[in-house]
Design a binder for this molecule. Structure first.
Ligand code: SF4
Length: 316
C-alpha cells in the first residue's frame, strides 16, 4: 500500500495541498496511481471524492434511471455471470422483443415514479438490422415522453450506431465488465477489443457512453483498479460508469468463484472512480439492493448515483 502523502503527486502533479478536482479529463492513469488513491486513509479519500464531486456536480442531486429488459435471454454470448446467456441453465424465461407500445407504457410509469432516464436492454450478441429498426422506434417514442434514453444491445456496427443516434438515443450502455487480465476468465465469445470497438462506434456517432463493470466475480482488487484505469484512460471517459455488484445467479460459472466485496472496499472503489473520472456519473447499479442502507449511504457519500430496475427478468 502506498503512503497517503504520495497521493497528491500522482493525482494532480501540482501541489501537495491541491485536491483531486484538478485531475483532468483525458489524463492517463496508471495502476500504481489508482493503488495510491485506494490506499488513502478512509476519511481523506472520502473528503477528496466529495471535493471532486462538488466541483463537477450538484452535491445533493441524485440521478434516477429506470431499466427495462425489452428482450430477455437466449443470448449466444457466454458471459459467465449472466442469467440470460443461452450457455447456462438459469431458470430465466426467454421473451421476444417487446412491442413498442408496451415499452412506452413502462417508460411512462417510470417517468411518473421519478425517473429521468429510461434504459432498454436486449440480450443480443448484436442486433439484427430489422430488430434495430424496432429499437429505434422505441427510442424515439420514449424520447417523446421527455425522458433521456439509453439502450444496451450488444455489439454495434458504425451504421447501427448512427441509426440509433438519428433516432435520438442519448446513451449506449456497453460494459467492459472487468480488467483486461481477468476478462478471459469471464467471457470467451467476444474480446475486450470487440467491446472497445463498439464504444468507438458509439462515440463517433455522437452518443454518450455508459460503461462500467461488475465486482464480486472472484477478481482481485488489482483487477478492479485496472478496470477503472481502463475506463479512465479512454480518450474520453464514459459519461456514465455503472459499478455493478454481482448478484448470485444459480447455474452460471461465476457462482463457484464469487466473493462478496468487503463493504468498505466497495466504498473505496466508488470514491476512486469518482476521483479518476471527475466528469462522469458513477452509479451503483445491479446488486445495490443486496447491500445495507448504511452501505448505500456511504457509497452515496463516496459519490455515486443509483439505478433502479423494472421489467422482466432483470437480475436485480
Ligand atoms: S452479452 Fe449481455 S445478455 Fe448476453 S450473455 Fe453477456 S451480459 Fe448476458
Amino acid at each position: 500500500m502506498i503512503a497517503g502523502s504520495m497521493l497528491m503527486d500522482v493525482c494532480t502533479g501540482v501541489d501537495q495541498n491541491e485536491s483531486c478536482e484538478l485531475a483532468q479529463v483525458g489524463r492517463k492513469w496508471q495502476r500504481v496511481e489508482a493503488e495510491a488513491l485506494y490506499g488513502q486513509p478512509f476519511a481523506e479519500l472520502m473528503f477528496r471524492s466529495q471535493n471532486v464531486h462538488r466541483n463537477n456536480f450538484d452535491q445533493n442531486h441524485v440521478e434516477t434511471a429506470s431499466l427495462l429488459s425489452v428482450k430477455t435471454c437466449g443470448c449466444p454470448e457466454d458471459c459467465g455471470y449472466c442469467s440470460q446467456s443461452a450457455h447456462y441453465e438459469t431458470g430465466v424465461n426467454a421473451t421476444r422483443l417487446m412491442d413498442c407500445s408496451d415499452v412506452v407504457a413502462n417508460a411512462q410509469r417510470a417517468k411518473e415514479a421519478g425517473a429521468t432516464r429510461f434504459c432498454m436492454a436486449a440480450a443480443w450478441r448484436s442486433p439484427k438490422d430489422r430488430d434495430l429498426d424496432r429499437v429505434c422506434e422505441m427510442v424515439s417514442a420514449v424520447k417523446e415522453l421527455g425522458l433521456e434514453t439509453c439502450v444496451t444491445l450488444g455489439m454495434l456496427t458504425p451504421k447501427q450506431a448512427t441509426l440509433l443516434s438519428e433516432a435520438g438515443l442519448d446513451f449506449y450502455n456497453h460494459n467492459v465488465d472487468t480488467s483486461p487480465d481477468f476478462y478471459g476468465r469471464i467471457i470467451t465469445t467476444r474480446t475486450l477489443q470487440d467491446r472497445i470497438d463498439t464504444l468507438k462506434h458509439v462515440r463517433e456517432a455522437g452518443i454518450k457512453i455508459c460503461c462500467g463493470g461488475i465486482i464480486g466475480m472472484g477478481e482481485r482488487v488489482e483487477d478492479r483498479l485496472d478496470m477503472l484505469v481502463l475506463l479512465a484512460d479512454l480518450r474520453t471517459p464514459p459519461e456514465s460508469v455503472p459499478i455493478n455488484l454481482w448478484n448470485e445467479v444459480n447455474g452460471v460459472p461465476v457462482i463457484d468463484a464469487t466473493e462478496a466485496p468487503d463493504p468498505i472496499a466497495l466504498v473505496r472503489l466508488v470514491a476512486i472512480a469518482r476521483i479518476m473520472m471527475p466528469k462522469s456519473v458513477i452509479r451503483l447499479s445491479a446488486g445495490r439492493r443486496s447491500i445495507s442502507d448504511e452501505l448505500r449511504a456511504l457509497c452515496f457519500f463516496g459519490k455515486c448515483e443509483f439505478n433502479s430496475y423494472r421489467g422482466r427478468a432483470v437480475d436485480d
